[in-house]
Design a protein around this ligand. Structure first.
Ligand code: DX5
Ligand code: ZN
Length: 220
């Protein structure tokens, strides 16, 4: 089993000190930086735009993993790539012409990913396995940090893992929402490649320790 990667979500950071927060997780061993974009339509909350992404990209060498929880993803893909995003995921529930959108993300030089909500079945990915670099599985309903992982998602991830191994072994499995050391172990055992974690990382004083605990590298 290869080592799981950890992507801290900036949604949970102290926004009065964004630069320090980014540097703290980079120094703490984060593999990616997860950037949650919410539009107040697809999800009830509103967050960050390409301007903040561009600013963050100036102060870190971590790859920026942009999670678009928006209905108008087609308008935002280019501004985010110009703002330094190297990976962009869009929701199957939100995008009308998914094939075109994923193709566009790849054309302009980012890795396309597809995100699915907790109630969206694995078969929603049937036609796109060959087009994406990663699949992001929501383990909470999108819109807010600090929620608890929905237990039924574990079973779904098992099915998704088999499907992935069978159809597109190079596609990474990413899980997002409610991840903490207590449930990270089962996610690692299921073969998840990337854990997105907001509260579990930015809610901890010691970022290196928080990241190591999610990887199962430190006890206690
Ligand atoms: C929720 C976001 C998540 C969120 C995770 O809509 O997509 O990335 O920031 O935060 P925690 O780890 O606090 O659940
Ligand atoms: Zn996210």
């Amino acid at each position: 089993m290869s080592r799981v990667r950890v992507a801290p979500s900036l949604l949970a950071c102290d926004l009065t000190r964004v630069a320090d927060e980014v540097r703290s997780v980079e120094a703490g061993g984060a593999d990616l930086l997860h950037f949650d974009v919410m539009d107040g339509h697809f999800v009830p909350n509103l967050t960050f735009g390409p301007g903040l992404c561009a600013a963050v990209s100036q102060i870190t060498t971590l790859p920026l993993d942009v999670h678009l929880m928006v209905t108008n993803a087609d308008n935002l893909v280019e501004p985010f790539v110009h703002g330094g995003a190297s990976r962009i995921s869009v929701h199957v529930e939100a995008v009308t012409h998914l094939h075109r959108t994923l193709q566009r993300i790849r054309e302009i030089g980012a890795t396309p990913g597809v995100a699915i909500n907790p109630a969206t079945p694995v078969c929603a990915l049937d036609e796109v396995w060959g087009m994406v670099g990663f699949v992001l599985v929501m383990s909470v309903n999108p819109g807010f940090g600090g929620q608890r992982l929905i237990p039924g998602v574990i079973d779904k991830l098992g099915r998704l893992r088999s499907e992935r191994d069978h159809r597109a072994p190079a596609v990474e499995l990413v899980v997002d929402g409610g991840i903490e050391p207590a449930n990270a172990q089962v996610l690692r055992q299921l073969g998840v490649d990337i854990l997105v974690a907001g509260t579990a990382v930015f809610g901890a004083q010691d970022r290196a320790r928080a990241i190591a605990r999610l990887r199962g590298e430190e006890r206690a």
